[in-house]
Ligand binder design. Structure first.
Ligand SMILES: C=C(O[C@@H]1C=C(C(=O)O)C=C[C@H]1O)C(=O)O
Length: 450
C-alpha cells in the first residue's frame, strides 16, 4: 500500500503545461481517414513506447513527464488522487476537445493487491491520437508557460524500424503445462467441493529472445493480425486484448465481457460449426453468465440504467472464438456523491471480474492464491488510459506479456482459462496454448512461426 511519484506533484517546479493541436494527417495521407494502425504505431520510438490502438484509432505516446508508482489494495484510488493533484496544477490549452485530447495518463495495474509487482501511471511527454479521421498532437511539459504550438516534426524522431527479436527459445514458467493440468484438476475439485462456482486459472511461459525485445515489433504485428483487439503497451506490459473492462465517455459506460472459448481450426467451414457449438455449449454459457453478472452488478451502483444483452454473440479472433457481451450503462452520481466516478474508479469497482478471477470473487481469488503457483503481476489487471475529465478506456491485460525491465531478452507470456465443474483439464491446457498464440506470433517473424 504505497504511492511513489518519481517527480512528485510538489516537486514539479512548474505546473504541467499541456497543449493539444490538430494535425492534418499522418503518414502523408491527406484524404479521408485511413485505418492503418501502423500510421500511429510507426511514430513510436523504441524506448518505453506507450500505446492503446484499435483499427487505426487510439493513442500512442512517448517520453515521461511524470510517473506514479502505486501498490496494494488502494492502488487505483492512490493513482487517481495523484492524477487529480497533477491536474489541479496543470495549464491546459486543448484546441481539439475529443476523448484522448488534453492531459492523458497511461496505466497498468497489478491483478492482485498482494502482488509483488507494482502498478503504475505514466504521464507521457508527447501523445499522438486519432479518432474517426481526426488526428492530434499533445505535448506535456513542465515549462513555465505556453510556448508556440507544437509541431509533429519537432517531437518525432527519424523513423527507426523495429528490431526483430531473432530466435526465441521458450521454456516453462512458474508451473509446467503438465503441472498446470494438475492445478486445473485441483480447481475443479474445489468447485465440486462447493468452495467456488467458477475459478479462472492462469499460467505463464518464459521466452528468451536472441535480441532485446523492441516492443514496437510485437505491437505492429499484433495490431495487424488482431485488428478487433486493443493493442497496448504500458511500462513493459504489452499485448492485444479482446476484452474491454470499461470505457467511459461523456456519461456512457461500456464493457465488453468475454468468457467461453473454443479454439479455431484454420478451416472456415469447421470454425462456423464450432461457433454454433460454442453458442449452445451449456458449460461455456455458464462461464459466460458468471462474467456478465459480475460486470452488471459492479456497474449498477453507478448507473441510472444498464443494458445487458440476453444472449452473447460469438467473437471471431484468428486463434479462438469467444462468447462475448457488450454491457452498457448510463452513468449517474452515486448517492451522496457530486459527480459520477472516473473510468479508473469504475475499473477499480469492476476488477477483478469473473472473466479473470471467478465467482464468488473473494473465494475465487483465495483459491487462485493458493493453487495457481505464480504471481500474475500485471497480467489480467486493468491497462489503458484516462484523461483530465476522468473518461478513458481500460482493457484487461490478456493475450499479453511482460518484458523484464532488467533484461529485455526475457519475457513472460500469460494465458488463463475459466474453470467450472464441467471443465476438463487437458482441454483447458489446450485452450491456454491457443491463448498464448497471439504473443508467440508477436515475437515471431511470419505467420508460419505462430
Ligand atoms: C484469462 C484469459 O481469458 C479470459 C477467459 C476466457 C475463457 O475462459 O473462456 C475468455 C476470455 C477471457 O475473459 C486469458 O486470455 O488469459
Amino acid at each position: 500500500m504505497s504511492t511513489q511519484t518519481s517527480a512528485p506533484a510538489d516537486a514539479v517546479p512548474y505546473p504541467l503545461v499541456v497543449r493539444t493541436v490538430a494535425l492534418d494527417a499522418l503518414g502523408g495521407t491527406t484524404e479521408a481517414a485511413t485505418t492503418d494502425p501502423l500510421d500511429l504505431l510507426g511514430l513510436l520510438p523504441s524506448q518505453a513506447p506507450l500505446a492503446w490502438v484499435r483499427r487505426g484509432d487510439g493513442l500512442v505516446a512517448w517520453g515521461e513527464t511524470l510517473r506514479v508508482a502505486v501498490s496494494g489494495p488502494d492502488r487505483f484510488a492512490d493513482a487517481e488522487r495523484a492524477w487529480q493533484d497533477v491536474l489541479a496544477r496543470a495549464i491546459v490549452r486543448d484546441e481539439v476537445q475529443l476523448p484522448g485530447t488534453g492531459p492523458v495518463a497511461f496505466g497498468s495495474f497489478a491483478f492482485d493487491e498482494d502482488s509483488a509487482a507494482g502498478s503504475v501511471i505514466v504521464v507521457p511527454r508527447v501523445v499522438v491520437g486519432r479518432r474517426a479521421g481526426r488526428t492530434w498532437l499533445t505535448t506535456i511539459t513542465t515549462g513555465a508557460r505556453l510556448g508556440a504550438p507544437p509541431r509533429l516534426a519537432d517531437v518525432v524522431g527519424p523513423r527507426v524500424p523495429p528490431v526483430d527479436p531473432g530466435t526465441v527459445v521458450y521454456s516453462d514458467g512458474a508451473v509446467s503445462a503438465d503441472g498446470w493440468r494438475e492445478v486445473v484438476a485441483r480447481g475443479i475439485a474445489a468447485i465440486k467441493a462447493g468452495a467456488v462456482d467458477k475459478v479462472v486459472l492462469a499460467r505463464d511461459v518464459h521466452a528468451r529472445t536472441e535480441h532485446p525485445v523492441d516492443a514496437r515489433w510485437a505491437l505492429e504485428r499484433l495490431a495487424v493480425e488482431y485488428p478487433s483487439c486493443w493493442t497496448f503497451s504500458v511500462d513493459g506490459m504489452i499485448g492485444a486484448t479482446p476484452e474491454l473492462l470499461v470505457r467511459s465517455e461523456k456519461g456512457l459506460v461500456t464493457s465488453r465481457v468475454l468468457a467461453g472459448t473454443i479454439r479455431r481450426t484454420g478451416d472456415d467451414a469447421a470454425d462456423m460449426a464450432r461457433a454454433a457449438i460454442l453458442a449452445h455449449s451449456s458449460k461455456d454459457l455458464e462461464e459466460h453468465e458468471y462474467a456478465v453478472t459480475s460486470v452488471a452488478h459492479a456497474l449498477e451502483p453507478f448507473c441510472s440504467s444498464t443494458n445487458v444483452p440476453d444472449v452473447p454473440f460469438v467473437l471471431h479472433l484468428p486463434n479462438v472464438l469467444h462468447l462475448a457481451s457488450d454491457v452498457t450503462g448510463v452513468l449517474t452520481a452515486p448517492t451522496g456523491a457530486a459527480a459520477h466516478p472516473s473510468s479508473l474508479a469504475l475499473a477499480a469497482a469492476l476488477h477483478p471480474t469473473a472473466a479473470v478471477c471467478g465467482t464468488p470473487t473473494a473465494a475465487a481469488r483465495e483459491l487462485i492464491r493458493s493453487i495457481e503457483g505464480m504471481d500474475r503481476a500485471r497480467y489480467a489487471g486493468p491497462v489503458g488510459w484516462f484523461g483530465a475529465d476522468g473518461d478513458g478506456e481500460w482493457g484487461i491485460a490478456l493475450r499479453s506479456a511482460a518484458i523484464d525491465p532488467d533484461d529485455p531478452r526475457s519475457v513472460r507470456l500469460f494465458a488463463g482459462c475459466g474453470v467450472v465443474a464441467a471443465s476438463d483439464p487437458p482441454a483447458e491446457v489446450a485452450e491456454s496454448e491457443a491463448k498464448l498464440v497471439p504473443m508467440r506470433y508477436a515475437l515471431g517473424r511470419d505467420v508460419s512461426d505462430s
